[in-house]
Design a protein. Structure first.
Length: 403
């Protein structure tokens, strides 16, 4: 043994050290491989590798920390979906109330500028409508034509020109009946035939309806809107050009009544109306109005803003009315008449002083009373002719208005 030890000094210890160092290196690397294999282990198989149970808790604790990161993402996704669903119901109603407001009938619009819509009914007319189109073209004005179906079918070329020059076509029934007095099936036929006539001639699918005479019940309006998508268009300015065939009157009525957002009614089948248009349109332009189609006007429509500040300012106005009422009472014709009667009663006051003179003032008082009656009698007589004259004036005014 001594000889072996002398020839090989410390060989067992060096080999043992080498082995122990190698084992230590292997042991040092084993946890790293286990940690690297740990994330992949749950993907392939639920139970993790059982290589070293002592290190297993550390790897298990590390794995939830790493895999716990996607969990909040998954949890946030439904939260975003819920928030999206909760926000989407609030937004569509807001959009609907802002754009449509559940409103399908319009007689005017609330606009920020001075836009107005000129509309012409009952055409197209063989000669008047082309003349009107020339007037509009010269001024660069676009209008809306509510056409009658039977006229549209008769003059398709005029419809094509209306569309080509940038105007809008709209439905005005087929034979111009009172739709409110008709069954729903008959109303549908009137609208459908006109819709198809315009569609066939121009390829335009109309979006607006003006019922003849403005007569259409609320259920009929809703049905027309649901079946055809029509907005019901009435008017705010009516010059009665269909009744009074006077170009000057048509012009005056339109100029005096038109304001921002107005929908002006006129009829291109009447020559007097077409003759009134050049000067009427020129003066409206001078007044700063801008001409758009009805659909463009509806797009500009905004809800009217309330003005609470105007209410307190309007409160002093009623206070001025009671002040004016006592002024009327200052006249008091009857109070003066009553004051004259006490004067007659005051006359007998000296009578009791002298008993002899008592009978004389009584007939005098009666004479005064008769005189008062006589003086008061012509007063109502003067009132009667004044009342009759007022009635005569009213009758004459009504007769002149009917003419």
């Amino acid at each position: 043994m001594n000889a072996f030890c002398m020839t090989n000094p410390k060989p067992p210890f060096s080999s043992i050290r080498l082995l122990t160092s190698a084992v230590c290196i292997l042991i040092a690397h084993l946890p790293l491989h286990a940690q690297e294999a740990a994330p992949s282990a749950p993907r392939t198989a639920p139970p993790p590798a059982t290589a070293s149970q002592e290190n297993a808790p550390t790897t298990i604790e590390a794995v939830p920390q790493k895999t716990a990161l996607p969990e909040p993402i998954v949890a946030e996704a439904p939260a975003n979906e819920d928030s999206a669903t909760s926000s989407t119901p609030s937004q569509p109603p807001a959009g609907k109330t802002a754009a449509n407001s559940g409103k399908i009938s319009f007689s005017s619009c609330t606009v920020e500028g001075k836009e107005i819509a000129m509309t012409f009914d009952d055409g197209p007319h063989k000669t008047n409508t082309p003349q009107l189109l020339d007037i509009l073209k010269q001024r660069g004005i676009r209008a809306t034509f509510f056409v009658v179906g039977q006229n549209a079918a008769e003059y398709p070329d005029i419809l094509k020109r209306i569309v080509a020059e940038g105007h809008e076509l709209a439905n005005h029934s087929y034979t111009h009946p009172v739709l409110a007095s008709m069954a729903q099936s008959a109303v549908h036929e009137q609208l459908e035939k006109t819709h198809q006539a315009v569609l066939k001639a121009t390829g335009v699918s109309m979006k607006l309806l003006r019922p003849p005479y403005g007569a259409l019940s609320e259920p009929q309006r809703r049905t027309a809107n649901s079946e055809f998508g029509y907005k019901i268009i009435l008017w705010s300015v009516d010059p009665l050009d269909w009744k009074v065939r006077d170009a000057a009157r048509v012009q005056n009525e339109i100029l005096s009544r038109t304001q921002a957002g107005s929908i002006v009614l006129a009829h291109d089948i009447h020559k007097s109306t077409v003759d009134a248009m050049p000067e009427t349109l020129d003066k409206l332009t001078e007044n700063g109005f801008k001409f758009v189609t009805v659909s463009e006007l509806l797009a500009l429509d905004r809800p009217a803003a309330p003005k609470p500040a105007a209410d307190p300012s309007a409160t002093p106005a009623p206070a001025s009315k009671p002040t004016a009422q006592p002024k009327k009472e200052e006249k008091k014709p009857f109070s003066l008449f009553k004051s004259s009667k006490p004067a007659a009663s005051s006359a007998p006051s000296p009578a009791p002083i002298s008993s002899t003179s008592s009978p004389s003032p009584k007939p005098a008082a009666s004479a005064e009373k008769t005189a008062d009656k006589a003086s008061s009698s012509p007063a109502p007589a003067s009132k009667k002719p004044s009342q009759l004259s007022e009635e005569e004036i009213k009758k004459k005014w009504l007769e002149s208005f009917k003419r």
